[in-house]
Write a protein that binds this ligand. Structure first.
Ligand code: GLN
Length: 485
């Protein structure tokens, strides 16, 4: 009865096929029904959703509308929502109720979207499997014994299960693209600075970037139109003329060049992932693209550099959770030291503590030059590699994740194995580039993602490449069994 993409929903709402209130009610019911299995939502905000839907219907009736008016979505639970608990999936922030909305939330609300809830995630966005949430792991709708990827696993799972057509997410080292790959959804991590970070609970400020997870590139473009733009509340947001990211979606790819880094097709890559990614690339060849092997020699240094820089920044960002200003406060502290120590010991989970230890160590006097400064130099070399590559190619392609969704618990005990999940995504954050993962097929019933990387602020080209593939393939329209309704 109800359409699945934002584009189709938007057209249906304009044609009065159904109202936003009807659609929202239906999706709320579906979300409540499936949340026990998937655990994709930390909170379903029924009351607020229904009143926003009613308002959207009234606005549409008055002719006040954008293409997103009345479209239901969900927000990752690290975007501050005024009056609605925002936890970053941590015990630390279990009862934190923000007094304001994040800029992303404000902009999407102003465009008329209806949020039906806050999605589950790895604690403070640290992880690649969505198993580190204080509220329990999220399950992958393609196989509920498997992880959906992380850290935006809740957003990816609820979109894959078609509980909402799209959700907001964030990507610090892969957290939009990797879960999009593992759930067969379409995820866009924009250029650093494209979207305001104001009101996002910070993990690693020089890497964090918000973006959409949806079921098509076209829907991502529609959401980016509302989410992007300068914000004087975020000093790293970039002032650029407004763009309509849907405008370039029909440009021909004939004569464009795709860079294929040899480092992105290593010998030990899962052969099924490799073959699906290769066959997607062959489709691009058929559309008239030229292929060019490129060299990104610093690829192997991205994970080590990231795991110095991201923990360093997180150790500084999370210092504010001290039981005084923000977050969980322990019972009956004996003195101020005890208050700090016990509040933090009780409030943070293991992975977060591991990152704080690493980061504090890397930033400490005597180690700062050897670790943090060195990692920043490596970061520059990584950025230079991409800049050189983009002199010759329009986009770069490769896998988004090294394997399909793995079993819950499979990598939880081995942080290094988990960190390697981001082998293909992390360098893009270090370089500040935009990247996407789009569905490229299935291996034994589990989705595989093709990663497309664009040049700085060239989301239009990136989205068009994704859209052209989705015009000749239907992987992105597949819905997991049991969630079709
Ligand atoms: N998996 C990476 C990490 O744990 C990236 C997470 C993210 O992008 N938020 O740090």
């Amino acid at each position: 009865m109800y359409s699945k993409t934002i584009k189709a929903i938007s057209d249906d709402l304009a044609d009065k096929k159904y109202s936003s209130a009807e659609l929202t009610t239906e999706l709320l019911n579906k979300a409540k029904q499936h949340n026990e299995t998937l655990n994709g939502f930390i909170r379903i905000t029924e009351e607020q959703a229904l009143s926003a839907a009613k308002k959207a219907d009234e606005n549409r009736a008055k002719g006040i509308s954008t293409p997103l008016t009345g479209v239901p979505i969900a927000h990752k639970d690290l975007f501050c929502t005024q009056g609605i608990a925002t936890t970053s999936a941590s015990k630390m922030l279990e009862s934190f109720i923000p007094p304001y909305d994040a800029t992303v939330v404000t902009r999407l609300s102003e465009a008329g979207v209806v949020s039906i809830g806050k999605t589950n995630m790895d604690e403070f966005a640290m992880g690649s499997s969505n198993e580190s949430s204080h509220f329990g792991p999220v399950r992958n709708p393609w196989d509920t014994e498997r992880v959906p990827g992380g850290s935006s696993g809740g957003s990816a799972a609820v979109v894959a299960a078609r509980l909402v057509p799209a959700a907001t997410a964030t990507d610090t080292g892969g957290s939009i693209r990797q879960p999009a790959a593992l759930t067969g959804t379409t995820g866009l991590k924009p250029t650093y600075g494209r979207i305001s970070r104001w009101g996002m609970i910070a993990f690693a400020s020089s890497l964090d970037q918000a973006g959409p997870i949806a079921t098509s590139a076209e829907d991502c473009a529609m959401l980016l139109n509302a989410m992007a733009g300068f914000d004087d509340k975020d000093s790293t947001s970039v002032k650029r003329p407004a763009e309509d990211f849907t405008a370039s979606l029909s440009s021909s790819l004939k004569g464009t060049t795709i860079g294929l880094p040899k480092q992105y097709f290593p010998e030990n890559l899962d052969p099924k992932v490799a073959s699906l990614v290769q066959s997607a690339i062959r489709e691009y060849e058929k559309m008239g693209c030229k292929l060019k092997e490129i060299d990104l020699p610093t690829t192997q240094h991205a994970i080590p550099a990231y795991y110095i820089i991201a923990p360093s920044e997180c150790s500084a960002n999370l210092a504010r959770m001290d039981g005084v200003r923000f977050g969980h406060r322990c019972e009956n502290p004996e003195n101020l030291d005890d208050l700090f120590t016990r509040s933090r010991a009780e409030g943070f989970g293991d992975e977060v503590k591991r990152r704080i230890f690493t980061g504090t160590y890397a930033l400490s006097a005597g180690f700062y030059d050897a670790y943090y400064v060195k990692a920043q130099k490596v970061r520059r070399l990584i950025k230079n590699d991409f800049a050189r590559a983009f002199e010759e190619v329009d986009v770069i392609m490769g896998p988004a994740a090294p394997s399909v969704a793995f079993k819950l618990g499979e990598k939880g005990a081995d942080p290094l194995a988990m960190y390697l999940e981001d082998y293909f995504t992390i360098a893009i954050n270090l370089a500040g580039l935009p990247g996407m993962s789009i569905p490229a097929g299935f291996s034994d019933g589990l989705p595989v993602g093709l990663q497309i990387i664009g040049n700085h602020f060239d989301e239009s080209t990136l989205l068009n490449f994704a859209h052209q593939y989705q015009s000749v393939s239907d992987w992105h329209t597949k819905t997991p069994e049991g969630f079709e309704g």
